[in-house]
Design a protein around this ligand. Structure first.
Ligand code: FNR
Length: 394
């Protein structure tokens, strides 16, 4: 297995390198998924059942991977999904991921539970596109204070409200792994909200949530990083009550994350244009095990309510490992494709340079896939370029 970033030729190599470098605690948290990891492994394998339909005699001298996401230009159609606790893997953390995204013109969604403050992550990154992901807190005032902080950051272009994990899934790798030592092993686990100090624009990085630290530092019975992070998250969100509440506290476009059925995608589309996008996701298999891979939900939408795709921007994430995966999702109607674990493992494998390697590999693979498929621009990709019959189900 690879010993350095140069030897990493694909995203699996990056994960293997990171696994050697990061603490057991970080690995357990990043790698873990719910129960028996069925959804996670389906995410990772489903794209291989979708076949390409490459066209020949097409001039592929040029290849342009740029596109627009929610009206903002980006250089690549994949983006960094919100994922907590990047500094568990490497001190560069979420700000390092942002730096790498700057190099590649990629969008990043910053997690509610990032290990650095949102102000630290976006500082000096005026030209970049960010979203901020919200886990509504039981104490609504905490979320309202965060939304007020977000208002002051012009780099943040939308609010991503995550809905698929009102309670954490049962993640046994996370529960089992002991602190163990290594990079990030002693990093206090706390969310941006729990970093408190919502009234200041720049909370001091050393501020801590003593309660969470107590539960995690050297405490093997803590139940894992995930459970600790979820303490305080509201389980009582509804279509009826939460969207009006959120609209009251932000003017930014809203993107709903974690939709897993065509029924919910359709309901979301009735909330357009207030809701501008949806992210089909099973949370990297970390919430309800045996929930469908997002590409299944996308195919359901195509079949039962294709109008959703014109009313909203539809995004997918989960199991994106190759440029061909990216291209297939776009062919089936996704506007953009999210990467959850890969940037975290990239960061663990080498900080900013590791995340840059992830983006570099995926961009090159996406270009190769587009060229071999016979398209020059993202906008030319369509369902005619794939055969997804093996994956289509009711
Ligand atoms: C996540 N994910 C996630 N999602 C979210 O909305 N808020 C969050 O804080 C987190 N945190 C988080 C931590 C870790 C370690 C992982 C692996 C994932 C889910 C994430 O945004 C995304 O949906 C999946 O990770 C995508 O699947 P892949 O790319 O990891 O297969």
């Amino acid at each position: 297995s690879p010993d350095n970033l140069d030897e990493c030729l694909n995203l699996d190599d990056i994960e293997a390198l990171a696994t050697k470098k990061i603490s057991r605690k970080a690995w357990g948290y990043y790698y873990s998924a719910a129960d028996d990891l069925h959804s996670k492994s389906l995410n990772n394998t489903v794209y291989s059942s979708i076949l390409m339909r490459p066209r020949v005699f097409v001039d592929c001298t040029r290849c342009d991977t740029s596109t627009t996401l929610l009206g903002h230009k980006v250089n690549v159609p994949f983006y960094v999904s919100p994922a907590a606790m990047a500094r568990l893997g490497h001190p560069d953390g979420e700000a390092g991921i942002a730096k790498a995204c700057g190099t590649y013109g990629a969008m990043q969604i910053i997690s509610n539970n990032a290990s650095q403050t949102v102000e630290q992550v976006v500082e000096g990154k005026e030209g970049q596109m960010f979203g901020w992901q919200l886990y509504v807190q039981m104490d609504r005032k905490k979320s309202e204070d965060m939304l007020a902080r977000i208002k002051k950051l012009p780099q943040i272009k939308f609010i991503c409200l995550t809905l698929d994990a009102p309670v954490p899934g049962k993640r046994e790798h996370d529960e089992r792994t002991k602190s163990g030592g290594g990079v990030g092993a002693n990093l206090p686990v706390r969310s941006a909200v729990q970093q408190g100090s919502a009234s200041t624009t720049k909370p001091h990085p050393e501020e801590k949530s003593a309660r969470l630290e107590e539960r995690l530092e050297g405490d093997d019975s803590a139940g894992g990083v995930g459970k600790a992070l979820f303490a305080g998250t509201a389980p009582d969100l509804t279509w009826k009550t939460t969207l009006p509440w959120l609209r009251k506290h932000t003017d930014l476009p809203i993107v709903l994350k974690g939709l897993q059925t065509h029924e919910d995608a359709y309901i979301a589309s009735l909330h357009a244009p207030q809701v501008k996008g949806i992210i089909l996701s099973n949370h990297g298999g970390r919430a309800l095990d045996t929930a469908p891979p997002s590409i299944h939900t996308l195919l359901e939408i195509r079949k039962y309510c294709p109008e959703v795709l014109s009313r909203l921007e539809v995004y997918v994430d989960g199991g994106i490992r190759r440029g061909t995966d990216v291209v297939k999702a776009l062919c089936l109607g996704a506007k953009g494709v999210g990467l959850g674990r890969s940037p975290l493992f990239g960061n663990g494998a080498g900080g900013v340079a590791g995340v840059e390697r992830v983006l570099e590999i995926l961009k090159a693979e996406t270009e190769t896939a587009m060229r071999l498929l016979g398209v020059e621009h993202i906008s030319q990709l369509g369902p005619q370029h794939v055969n997804a019959r093996a994956v289509e189900r009711d």
